[in-house]
Write a protein that binds this ligand. Structure first.
Ligand code: ZN
Length: 129
Protein backbone atom coordinates (compact mmCIF):
# COMPACT_ATOMS: atom_id res chain seq x y z
CA UNK A 1 0.00 0.00 0.00
CA UNK A 2 1.30 3.44 -0.91
CA UNK A 3 2.09 6.03 1.70
CA UNK A 4 -0.74 8.30 0.48
CA UNK A 5 -3.35 5.55 0.68
CA UNK A 6 -2.20 4.70 4.19
CA UNK A 7 -2.47 8.36 5.14
CA UNK A 8 -6.03 8.56 3.75
CA UNK A 9 -7.15 5.59 5.78
CA UNK A 10 -5.54 7.09 8.82
CA UNK A 11 -7.23 10.46 8.16
CA UNK A 12 -10.72 9.02 7.65
CA UNK A 13 -10.26 6.91 10.77
CA UNK A 14 -9.18 9.98 12.69
CA UNK A 15 -12.01 12.24 11.39
CA UNK A 16 -15.27 10.37 10.95
CA UNK A 17 -17.73 11.53 8.24
CA UNK A 18 -20.03 13.28 10.70
CA UNK A 19 -17.17 15.30 12.08
CA UNK A 20 -16.01 16.17 8.54
CA UNK A 21 -19.51 17.40 7.73
CA UNK A 22 -19.58 19.58 10.86
CA UNK A 23 -16.11 20.97 10.12
CA UNK A 24 -17.21 21.82 6.58
CA UNK A 25 -20.41 23.45 7.88
CA UNK A 26 -18.47 25.51 10.42
CA UNK A 27 -16.04 26.51 7.68
CA UNK A 28 -18.88 27.64 5.41
CA UNK A 29 -20.55 29.56 8.24
CA UNK A 30 -17.25 31.28 9.02
CA UNK A 31 -16.87 32.32 5.37
CA UNK A 32 -20.46 33.63 5.28
CA UNK A 33 -19.89 35.58 8.47
CA UNK A 34 -16.69 37.05 7.02
CA UNK A 35 -18.49 38.08 3.80
CA UNK A 36 -21.26 39.78 5.81
CA UNK A 37 -18.70 41.61 7.97
CA UNK A 38 -16.88 42.75 4.83
CA UNK A 39 -20.16 43.95 3.34
CA UNK A 40 -20.97 45.94 6.46
CA UNK A 41 -17.48 47.49 6.38
CA UNK A 42 -17.90 48.34 2.70
CA UNK A 43 -21.26 49.96 3.41
CA UNK A 44 -19.76 51.96 6.27
CA UNK A 45 -16.95 53.17 4.00
CA UNK A 46 -19.46 53.99 1.29
CA UNK A 47 -21.59 55.91 3.78
CA UNK A 48 -18.51 57.89 4.89
CA UNK A 49 -17.68 58.65 1.26
CA UNK A 50 -21.23 59.88 0.69
CA UNK A 51 -21.03 62.10 3.79
CA UNK A 52 -17.77 63.56 2.48
CA UNK A 53 -19.27 64.17 -1.00
CA UNK A 54 -22.32 65.73 0.61
CA UNK A 55 -20.07 68.14 2.56
CA UNK A 56 -18.15 69.03 -0.59
CA UNK A 57 -21.39 69.70 -2.50
CA UNK A 58 -22.68 71.82 0.38
CA UNK A 59 -19.46 73.84 0.40
CA UNK A 60 -19.65 74.35 -3.38
CA UNK A 61 -23.28 75.46 -3.01
CA UNK A 62 -22.31 77.98 -0.32
CA UNK A 63 -19.41 79.34 -2.38
CA UNK A 64 -21.63 79.59 -5.43
CA UNK A 65 -24.29 81.39 -3.41
CA UNK A 66 -21.68 83.90 -2.19
CA UNK A 67 -20.48 84.35 -5.77
CA UNK A 68 -24.05 84.91 -7.01
CA UNK A 69 -24.70 87.48 -4.29
CA UNK A 70 -21.45 89.32 -5.10
CA UNK A 71 -22.21 89.15 -8.79
CA UNK A 72 -25.70 90.52 -8.28
CA UNK A 73 -24.32 93.33 -6.04
CA UNK A 74 -21.73 94.20 -8.71
CA UNK A 75 -24.40 94.27 -11.41
CA UNK A 76 -26.66 96.61 -9.46
CA UNK A 77 -23.68 98.89 -8.68
CA UNK A 78 -22.83 99.06 -12.38
CA UNK A 79 -26.47 99.75 -13.28
CA UNK A 80 -26.50 102.53 -10.67
CA UNK A 81 -23.46 104.06 -12.37
CA UNK A 82 -25.38 104.05 -15.66
CA UNK A 83 -28.52 105.46 -13.96
CA UNK A 84 -26.52 108.29 -12.36
CA UNK A 85 -24.76 109.23 -15.60
CA UNK A 86 -25.65 112.37 -17.58
CA UNK A 87 -26.60 110.27 -20.63
CA UNK A 88 -30.04 108.73 -21.15
CA UNK A 89 -31.71 105.59 -22.48
CA UNK A 90 -31.33 105.32 -26.24
CA UNK A 91 -28.41 107.76 -26.18
CA UNK A 92 -25.85 106.27 -23.80
CA UNK A 93 -22.31 107.59 -23.58
CA UNK A 94 -19.40 105.35 -24.51
CA UNK A 95 -18.67 104.45 -20.87
CA UNK A 96 -22.29 103.39 -20.18
CA UNK A 97 -22.45 101.46 -23.44
CA UNK A 98 -19.39 99.51 -22.32
CA UNK A 99 -20.94 98.85 -18.92
CA UNK A 100 -24.24 97.71 -20.41
CA UNK A 101 -22.44 95.50 -22.90
CA UNK A 102 -20.47 93.85 -20.11
CA UNK A 103 -23.74 93.14 -18.28
CA UNK A 104 -25.41 91.59 -21.32
CA UNK A 105 -25.47 87.77 -21.49
CA UNK A 106 -23.00 86.13 -23.86
CA UNK A 107 -25.53 85.60 -26.70
CA UNK A 108 -26.79 89.21 -26.57
CA UNK A 109 -23.19 90.39 -26.50
CA UNK A 110 -22.52 88.40 -29.65
CA UNK A 111 -25.57 89.96 -31.31
CA UNK A 112 -24.34 93.41 -30.27
CA UNK A 113 -20.93 92.61 -31.70
CA UNK A 114 -22.49 91.38 -34.93
CA UNK A 115 -24.57 94.55 -35.19
CA UNK A 116 -21.47 96.65 -34.56
CA UNK A 117 -19.47 94.70 -37.11
CA UNK A 118 -22.28 95.19 -39.63
CA UNK A 119 -22.26 98.91 -38.89
CA UNK A 120 -18.48 99.00 -39.35
CA UNK A 121 -18.77 97.26 -42.72
CA UNK A 122 -21.47 99.75 -43.82
CA UNK A 123 -19.20 102.64 -42.74
CA UNK A 124 -16.31 101.23 -44.75
CA UNK A 125 -18.58 100.74 -47.76
CA UNK A 126 -19.86 104.34 -47.50
CA UNK A 127 -16.27 105.57 -47.36
CA UNK A 128 -15.54 103.62 -50.53
CA UNK A 129 -18.64 105.01 -52.22
ZN1 ZN B 1 -23.41 107.52 -19.56
Amino acid sequence: MSKIAKFRIYQSAKTPKKQQWEDSLRGKLEVKHQIRTDTINDLENFSQDLQHISLVVESIQNNYQVLLTENSRLKSTLLELVDDCYCWKGNRCEKCQKILKSLAPETTRKKLNTAQEYEEILKQLRKLG
